[in-house]
Design a protein around this ligand. Sequence first.
Ligand code: PSU
Ligand code: MN
Length: 336
Amino acid sequence: RLSLLQHGSRFVKVYGRRKLSGNIAASNGFKQNVQFSEEVQAAMHYGRPVVALESTIITHGMPYPDNLSTALKVESIIRENGAIPATIGILQGKINVGLEKSQLEFLAEPNTSCIKTSRRDLPFVLSQGLNGGTTVSGTMLISHITGIPIFVTGGIGGVHRGAETSLDISADLTELGRTPVTVISAGIKSILDIGRTLEYLETEGVCVATYGTSHDFPAFFSSKSGYRSPYRLDTPQQAASMIYSRDSLDIQTGSLIAVPIPEQYDTLGQSIENVIQSVVKEAEEKKIQGQEVTPYILKRVNELTAGKSLEANIHLICNNARVGAEIAVALTNLKT
Ligand code: PSU
Ligand code: MN
């Protein structure tokens, strides 16, 4: 830990020429709380495409050491496709945008204690100097205030089954409704209520589109959920143009681009569905609540499918990384 701190303090705190949102970037609080890696800072300075990545998937979403190897693989896919990855995480109360390998290792390490950090958790985690894996909600918020428009993940949170009584609705959905960042994901898991999630996103004013092949909104492990996406996009240019139009009107709402799991892994995904049903029941019986629900289900599904769900998860997030990088490149080209 000490060596990590020393390593961290070597980063220079300089901010690129890029215009950050409002006056936040200029404030002392922002400078105290946010640190860019040299690579990300240089990319932003020169206006190169950057793709944000979350860290809850590392701290709470995947077991060690697959969490670490996947995080590194996703970053390298983004680089191969012409963009710079900016994994976002919180180390000792400091928001890091772009993580060095040693920092990724630190967050991935099972003995590091990390808070699953969404919008609501940020003030506590920062003020107490804790470590945090940022969720889709937390990562979107940080992407926005630091000026990164594209964010790639595996799956987002949604309306949980039974939410009509539990009110368990992920903060990811309200974040999409208030933060103008585009999230590339493989849709949502069928551990969630997909129909109600799409209804909620409509209410929040979030433009949802499926990327390529069909109009179906994908269900993470399977390419089709049986629910239609309002829109369909076929190319990175179309996606970039949609983002550009939204921003030209200064609409302060996020967008969700759902990329179906690649065909060759779709069958693998479908075999996981049955397990999911029983795990949702189990979580209910065990009275798992609040922010523990999603990590619990992910862990149990992985155990009960003997790692098949993890394998599918890795394939789909790698695919999302490629698509996200292509969209980030197209958006940069459109702006210059
Ligand atoms: N879905 C996954 N893997 C994940 C998550 C969701 O397949 O790791 C994580 C993401 O960080 C997401 C969060 O933002 O869980 C949602 O948690 P909750 O349902 O508690 O809002
Ligand atoms: Mn919840």
